[in-house]
Write a protein that binds this ligand. Sequence first.
Ligand code: MBD
Ligand code: FE
Length: 307
Amino acid sequence: MSLLDTTIVQGLLDKVAGLDNDQGDARVKQITRRVVADMFRVIEDFDVTPDEFWAAVSYLTSVGQANEGGLLVPGLGIETFLDLRTDEAEKKAGLEGGTPRTIEGPLYIAGAPLTKAEARLDDGSEQGEVLFMNGQVRDMNGVPVAGAIVDVWHANTLGGYSFFDPSQPKFNLRRRIETDSEGRYRFRSLLPNGYACPPDGQTQRYLNALGRHGHRPAHIHFFISAPGFRKLTTQINIDGDEYLHDDFAFATRDGLIPPVVRVTDPAAIHAHGLNAPFARIEFDFVMHRDHAVAPATIVNRAHAEAA
Ligand code: MBD
Ligand code: FE
C-alpha cells in the first residue's frame, strides 16, 4: 500500500483541508483536499526529492516576484483549456458559431481612449508598415450591432506593449472604438511584431527546461462588448508569421487568421496620405446575444489601469 493511502496521510489531508471543522468555505476545502492529495501523489509516483520540491517552491516565489503569473499560465496551456471549457459549455447550451474566442493574455490595460467609429492607434513616432483594419460587428443573424465597443490592443514593431514597455507613449496601440450605426469600426495602426517571453525571465526559464521557445506570432487582441451580448475575447493573427502555428501561448485558432492585403498601388498609397505600401485587414466580429443558460463570458481578473 502506498504511503498516500494510509489512514495517517488520509487523516492528515482531511485536517489540512479543514474537513474536521464546520467553518470556512466548503468549495475551498473540497478543492484543497484534492489539490494537495494530487500533489502528494505526484511526489510519491515520481519520487520527488525534498531538493526538487523546494526548488519548485522557490520557482513559484520567483514567478510571483517577477509578476509573471499571467505569462506562465498561457505558456502551460491553462488559459487555452479554460477557453475550451467555455466553448464546451456554450455548445451544451446550444450556442455554436460566431467568431471564435481565444485567450486574453496578460497585457491588457483598462481605460484606453474611446472614440466613435474610427481611431488611430499609433502617434506617428514609430516607423513601420502602416495597417488599416476595418470590419463590422454583427449578431448571429447578420444584424449589425451599432454602439458595440471594440477594445483593441497590440504590440509595437518590436513586440512590446505600452505600459509594460515604459519606452512607449501612454496607451500607445490601445484604443476603444464604438461601432457606427451600421456596426462598423475602422482603425489605422502599425503592423505588430510577435511577442517573446523575456529571455531571462521565469517563464522562459521553465520553457527552457521543457525544450520550448517563448514566442508568439504577431497578433492583435480584441474585447468586443455590447449591451445584450456575450462579451467576446479574441485575437487575430498576422498571416505569414513564422510562429503562426507554433504559438507558445496556444492562442491560434481557425477563423482568426484573416488575409493581409498588401496595397502597393501608388494612387492608393497617395490617397491614404502615405509614401510606402501598406497593409489592409478586413475582419468582422460575430457575437452571440445574452443567453440564460451558458455561463457568462466576462472574466474577472486583475488588470493594471494606467494612472
Ligand atoms: C502576449 O502578448 C500575449 O498575448 C500572451 C497571451 C502572452 C504573452 C504576451
Ligand atoms: Fe498579446
